[in-house]
Design a protein around this ligand. Sequence first.
Ligand SMILES: [Zn+2]
Ligand SMILES: [Zn+2]
Length: 481
Amino acid sequence: MSMSTSAPAAKVAGGPLLISVVPNGDFTIQLTPTPAPLNEKPANAVPKRARLVQFRVSRTVVQQHSSFFQTIIGNRPHLGDVTFENKGNGFGYALEVWLRAIHNGIHTLPHSLKATHMERAWVAIGVGEQFGFAPNHIDKIKPWFLDCYQYALSNGGLTPFAACCLAFPCSVFDHAEGFMKLTKFLAYNTNGNIFTHNPSSFHGLNADARILDGPLTTARAHIQSILDRELNFPLDKLHKATCNCRKETAFDYEHALRALDCWPMDRAVQIYPIADIIVELEKFTFKPKSTKCTSGVCTHDFKNSVNIAIRKAKYAFDGLCLDCMERSQEEHVDSQTRQVFMEKNSPFKGCWDMECRFGHGRASWYYSWMGPSSVRREILEKHREDKKGCGPSRRARRGARVSKDGTNVPTAGLAQLSVNPQTSGRIANATGGKDKETKDHRDNYDDTDVDDDEFFDAEEASLGGCTVTDDGNEPDHGTST
Ligand SMILES: [Zn+2]
Ligand SMILES: [Zn+2]
């Protein structure tokens, strides 16, 4: 950054553009013209704001909101202006957003500063950090970002690209609802290892955004493992059967899955996002050839097993939770005892979303964990011990987030409906068919609580392995009836 302190405003074509952020401002922040891009635009293109921009501001206000300006002005109390290089691509707009927000409040922004491009969110973060307004005063421009977020989703829809562009800014602006929604979308709707797209020239932010990669990669592996496990379930039963038709039935079942390009699962996820696999699985049809099976296993309702796999996968992950991430930050450990830290981060009566702005299950808690993994393991072990002591009725009670008549029972911290208004209907429907489906699919294998614990333990052991399940808000399956 180039900075001069005394040079008068250079005369550029059109003269300086003066923006009075406050009347009678006693300090001027100048941005030099954007350097002409090399070979990027036709020679006759006129870059926007190709002149000096001067912001008249209050010396006191910028000092109050930025240690950066505190240092500059503190060292030179009589300084009247300061000059920076305008790096282009919305740099000046972002600075104006910040300056107007800290002086007059975000609601005084002129319409021309409305963010109609997702890039602007990243530039605002970059400019805020450069000038020292962020992260401490990020809330000053949060409404502007929410507007940007809404605009992007209403005009381009929720796409993998939009989610990649906006998930990280959601975390910076502490937009818990958007962050949960977008990270969930990314886990289900992408299949590469790219979870972030930074459209701005603030490349330094890419390193920060990489914080999403680990949790989302493992969360997606978790959903995949659930699909794999549930689709394997009929095969396991066929392998244990003794009838003559078992081999042909097993072959034909796998063949029907392969016809949809959904099997084997590890190959399918290389090619398709999980959401696409689920759409294909919904088309599954299979009728075993055997009609006189002596073991009864071949007359199993295979379609129902696939439906259960679909439903468990759909509810396996609610997205990442900013509150859980914040609560489990390691630095919290230093200022409190380990015991207090553990209690703060532990589930309460099976709810993993205590004091979180948006409701979620165990998987979201698990993958949002930012603290020492030894503490997470300890919390899971303790949870397991507590469960053992509670007897078999515990699980049914814990899962009872939806009442018999399908209405939602409020649960502490559960605001899930505002994340996804469709959830309530789906849970209710799923619960309606619970008894039959659970019995058909699970028969004597109904203790998924054990599966859950083994799942998370295995994940702990392998740190990123792919056998995990969640019991947080699953409506069916494994509930002993
Ligand atoms: Zn058979
Ligand atoms: Zn949470």
